[in-house]
Ligand binder design. Structure first.
Ligand code: 13P
Length: 249
């Protein structure tokens, strides 16, 4: 059985002081044993938020990571650094990184590989644009993104991988994929995982849905057989995040 994972992605919101204040406000309500709960916060808030979460089962995650351990990469943060800070999760290949910071399928793969090498769980984001969906290219896009992202990942490390299906047209728009659209895409991703790693491992890999998840739609989304939780943007930055975390329980 896959344990459901609810990951908040704060994006570029909450400086450290505000982050800690918010975490102090919500931490009790999101500390549940039935699900893994992760807050992916800005780098500068990682340690303060980690400290604020002490004594709870809620974990922290970063929102990106470089693919080298150190070197002349001004402005970057390496997996070795996150490892030393005992940050267990990192988002990789979010569509905002792909679109606004020119990240490619190749570097997404390198980031995931290096994160895994350091024992981090990469939350690898994939998803199509509205135009691609309109042209019935969703499966082609997912196939390419998933195939590239998983290149050279060893089967023994694959269980740490999390895939987040985030249709770009549903991110921050208030337009959620229908439950059927989300489940179909996640089920398709599961078939790709079976092709790549075999059935046993594929059944252990968590696939999240992301894109305008709210307390209203979360329970139905999370009830689907191939949706193992959510990657939640806006709704993770407001006090009702606990309603998403507990949706359907
Ligand atoms: P929203 O939940 O705000 O649509 O953002 C989704 C997202 O991009 C999570 O990574």
């Amino acid at each position: 059985m896959r344990k459901m994972l609810i990951a908040g992605n704060w994006k570029m919101n909450f400086a450290p002081k505000k982050a800690v204040k918010f975490v102090d406000q919500i931490k009790e309500s999101i500390d549940i044993k039935e699900r893994d709960v992760v807050l992916c916060v800005p780098y500068v808030a990682l340690q303060p938020v980690k400290d604020a979460l002490k004594g709870t089962s809620v974990q922290v995650g970063a929102q990106n990571v470089h693919y080298m351990d150190d070197g002349a990469y001004t402005g970057e943060i390496s997996p070795a650094m996150l490892d030393e800070m005992e940050v267990p999760y990192v988002i990789v290949g979010h569509s905002e990184r792909r679109e606004k910071f020119a990240e490619s399928d190749t570097t997404v793969n390198l980031r995931a590989l290096r994160a895994l090498k350091h024992g981090l769980c990469p939350i690898i984001c994939v998803g199509e644009t509205q135009k691609q969906r309109g042209a019935q290219r969703t499966e082609d896009v997912l196939r390419k993104q998933v195939k590239f992202a998983l290149d050279e990942i060893k089967p023994e490390r694959a269980e740490k991988v999390v895939i987040a299906y985030e249709p770009i047209w549903a991110i921050g728009t208030g337009v959620t994929a229908t439950t059927a659209q989300a489940e179909d895409a996640c089920a398709f991703i599961r078939t790709l995982l079976v092709e790549r790693f075999g059935k046993e491992i594929a059944q252990k890999i968590r696939i999240l849905y992301g894109g305008s998840v709210t307390p209203k739609n979360a329970a139905e989304l999370f009830s689907q057989p191939n949706i193992d939780g959510g990657l939640v943007g806006g709704a993770s930055t407001i006090p009702t995040f606990d309603e998403v975390v507990k949706a359907g329980l």
